[in-house]
Design a protein around this ligand. Structure first.
Ligand code: PLP
Length: 383
């Protein structure tokens, strides 16, 4: 047993080669806008199979940039899931548009395409499906709806680096896909993010948005006769760049992503086997044609058959030094959303799920002893 050791729900894995990659950049000429940025983008595009990849300061900025590039503006509506991190919906608010929450599938906990279609109005401009825990959403059905109503699809793949949908890796299926490199995600750069796309026009818009809206590409200027010092600002962008320091770390981490991924899958398999046996515990359902990247391991408790409430289970596991969590509080339960007028009752399945779930620790550096320790603690709850 791992005594006196806190097991977090997620954690990075940094080795000496990652540290050396960062130190090399610190000794070089470029700390930002240098060669490591382009190299990371190229390698990341290759990994996901996308034509273009744009590095950006974090996953939230990636969502913001994608909403900008999709042309989301005041008066528009964008459909997403309430079972996500607030950033998926906040990005829509940044653009002055309205997030519309569509309910989830009871089994996968991903956004339900039928619920998306129910929520479409003449103001709907885009869909942001979130591959919750790393299991890809029903992308064929979502693309069909998008085509029928002429909507953009921005995949929030913050959980889904390396995940597969019908044998294809997430990252080149939709108009744009966003990733996060926060330390609990699959690979880390401290803070960082990426947007992948196959569309050149969207790619150009993302680049502009990331750098103040400013460009030195003379073919884009209104007046190409200006002196060579001249740059132009074509729209209101931000400084959302990643540094070369971060991109060097990202490159080093990306090399290990398959190793990280297979360890995540191994741990999920151990959990599945152990918890399938237990009454009162419902293991995550996986569709046949998906290969999850297992960012999170979310168990659902059948609280009718258990003597403990979810709060008691949570408190007990924390008391055992297990860093459990709840992913997610439905976004529209949060005060900022309440102030905007969202009320309980919008998404029944999501609200029910929220009462019944707990996220258990899952990260590649977790050893078998830690996994056993978590399993035994859960057994104490239900047996
Ligand atoms: C982590 C996360 C984000 C935001 O990414 P950051 O890099 O932390 O800004 C967005 N959506 C989901 C689903 C996430 O898990």
């Amino acid at each position: 047993m791992s005594d006196n050791k806190f097991i977090p729900y997620g954690c990075q894995w940094i080795d000496e080669d990652d540290i050396n990659a960062v130190v090399d950049v610190l000794r070089s000429d470029y700390l930002t806008t240098g060669p490591k940025v382009l190299e990371f983008e190229k390698k990341f595009a290759d990994y996901t199979g996308a034509k273009y990849a744009v590095s950006i300061s974090n996953g939230t900025a990636a969502l913001h940039a994608a909403c900008f590039a999709a042309g989301i503006k005041e008066g528009d509506e964008v459909i997403t899931t309430p079972i996500t991190f607030a950033a998926s919906a906040n990005a829509v608010l940044y653009q002055g548009a309205k997030p519309v929450f569509a309910d989830i599938d009871e089994r996968t906990y991903n956004i339900d395409p039928k619920e998306i279609e129910k929520n479409i109005t003449n103001k709907t401009k885009a869909i942001i499906p979130v591959h919750f825990t790393g299991q890809p959403c029903d992308m064929d059905e979502i693309h069909k709806i998008a085509q029928k109503y002429n909507l953009m699809v921005i995949e929030d793949a913050a959980h889904a680096l390396g995940a597969e949908y019908k044998g294809k890796r997430i990252g080149n299926l939709s108009d744009m896909t966003i990733f996060s490199f926060h330390p609990v995600k699959h690979i880390t750069t401290g803070e960082g993010g990426m947007i992948t796309t196959n569309n050149k026009e969207l790619y150009e818009k993302l680049l502009l948005f990331r750098t103040h809206g400013i460009t030195r590409k003379r073919e884009l200027f209104e007046n190409a006769d200006e002196g060579l010092w001249f740059y132009d600002q074509l729209c209101l962008g931000y400084n959302y760049r990643m540094t070369d320091i971060q991109c060097a770390l990202g490159l080093s981490q990306l090399k290990k992503s398959d190793k990280f991924l297979s360890r995540r899958r191994e741990i999920a398999e151990i959990y599945n086997k152990a918890f399938k046996e237990l009454d009162g515990v419902i293991v995550p359902f996986q569709k046949e044609d998906r290969n999850s990247s297992w960012h999170l391991y979310v168990v659902k408790f059948d609280l009718n058959t258990l003597s403990m409430s979810r709060r008691k289970i949570y408190d007990f596991l924390i008391s055992q030094d297990i860093g459990v969590n709840v992913h997610y509080i439905p976004v529209y339960y949060l005060s900022h959303y309440k102030k905007l007028g969202y009320k309980k009752g919008i998404c029944k399945n999501a609200e029910k799920l929220y009462e019944e779930i707990i996220t258990l620790p899952l990260y590649p550096k977790m050893n078998d002893e830690d996994v056993e320790y978590v399993i035994n603690a859960v057994k104490k709850v239900v047996l």
